[in-house]
Design a protein around this ligand. Sequence first.
Ligand code: ATP
Ligand code: MG
Length: 137
Amino acid sequence: MERTLSIIKPDGIRKNIVGEVIRRFEAAGLRVAAAKKIMMSKDTAAGFYAVHKGKFFYDELVEFMSSGPVLVMVLEGENAIALNRKLMGATNFKEAEPGTIRADFAESIQFNVVHGSDAPDTAAFEIAYFFSASEIY
Ligand code: ATP
Ligand code: MG
């Protein structure tokens, strides 16, 4: 069993597709082990994406991620990190496989609906960033 952090980004919340995104996770065998809807401050978003600090898209990314509420979730299942990334599709929706969340719903490289951890170490950091152990079941 593996855990990964998923975020439905502000654009996904605005599109009202929370149920559809979670349905896809569950249909693929992932389980929602924790979930909460929050509004990230700029500082929270900046710390979360600190790995991208200095990149040309960083400031806009922080602005976007704190522009409205998000749904943060811990997904659990076999191979959860890679499986979630597969269901999400490529960062650039134009390169995302047909049938993936980003291919179906993203509008630009930036407004791409979902976030998913990309490795075990980032998953551990990201889960702890939003959830305490007693909030994950
Ligand atoms: P995420 O970390 O959100 O799951 P990712 O791992 O597929 O996405 P990253 O390279 O980590 O992609 O980029 C983080 C986020 O920054 C992207 O999801 C996107 O919202 C934004 N982003 C990445 N590259 C660009 C770009 N070239 N132009 C604008 N925004 C970008
Ligand atoms: Mg990433």
